[in-house]
Write a protein that binds this ligand. Structure first.
Ligand SMILES: [Mn+2]
Length: 286
């Protein structure tokens, strides 16, 4: 059933762990991303797709991937945040690489807190139509519109690169400039973009970075975005040691034919292939 192209095993030890966070309590407009993990898992079934990625990696053979289920999201946000951080830390303590399925983007802050505890020098590549740099949104400092403001304030990212941005306010631009954020806007997008990171890299992927033509199942439609192909090419060309990722803001209530969940699965699998190449390189060194 929920098996990522047939690649997910039941194992005590693993290289990569999938963890769901079915929470959309900090969504400012419409709800729905709490159903994201379920939709992404359903789209990933080995009955629909196989475990081979475009890079020639068979995720079923090359690496051990487990699915650790969902974080308990009962109660208030501060309790939920602690639980998210703890569940991610359990993965990191076993030297596993977490792939977290959101959920709205508020869940990335506690994930990144755990990541930065493991990797004090952490670079972050943030895919999104929105910079998520609001100081507060409708009075909420932990809104899904704010996680990267908090990540900067808490000093969790050594370098932050935001890609696909097309909804920046003046205040966002000032915040980004003040913290040395590199912003790659859609206005200035070039297909030959390659990115290199010297520190361990965390990827935070809001599916609304994709054009709504490719990913209509999102809460905030923002036309003029990337194609799925452009994102996959950028991932393939990344020079980086990817140590974790999240894929957030899939809203199945607005999806059409499951295409947004399918795009999320594609991106997860191609990123998992890049992670696998890093794992294999480290195994050879050891
Ligand atoms: Mn967004």
């Amino acid at each position: 059933m929920n098996d990522f192209g047939g690649a997910v095993k039941e194992n005590d030890t693993y290289n990569i762990a999938i963890l769901g966070v079915p929470y959309d309590g900090r969504s400012s407009y419409i709800k729905g991303p709490s159903k994201g993990p379920q939709a992404i898992r359903a789209a990933s079934t080995g009955e629909a797709i196989n475990a081979w990625t475009e890079l020639g990696i068979n995720l079923e053979d090359a690496v051990t991937i487990v699915d650790l289920g969902d974080v308990d999201v009962a109660g208030n946000f501060s309790d939920i945040s602690v639980r998210i951080e703890e569940r991610v830390w359990e993965i990191l303590a076993k030297d596993g690489l977490p792939i977290v399925l959101g959920g709205d983007h508020s869940i990335s802050l506690p994930v990144v807190r755990a990541m930065a505890k493991k990797h004090p020098l952490l670079d972050i590549l943030h895919f999104d139509a929105h910079p998520d740099l609001y100081e507060e949104f409708y009075g909420d400092r932990y809104s899904h519109a704010c996680p990267f403001a908090r990540i900067l304030d808490e000093g969790l990212a050594k370098n932050l690169v935001q890609v696909g941005i097309r909804a920046s306010t003046g205040a966002h631009r000032q915040k980004a400039a003040a913290f040395g954020v590199r912003t790659i806007t859609m206005k200035d997008w070039q297909d030959d973009l390659t990115l290199a990171f010297s520190n361990p890299l965390y990827i935070s992927f809001d599916v609304d970075v994709l054009d709504p033509a490719f990913a209509p199942g999102v809460s905030h439609l923002e036309p003029g975005g990337l194609s799925t192909r452009q994102v996959v090419n950028l991932l393939h060309g990344l020079e980086a040691d990817i140590v974790g990722m999240d894929v957030v803001e899939v809203n199945p209530a607005r999806d059409i034919s499951g295409i947004t969940a399918a795009a999320a699965v594609k991106i997860i699998m191609e990123a998992a292939a890049k992670m696998t190449l890093s794992i294999q390189a480290k195994q050879k060194e050891a």
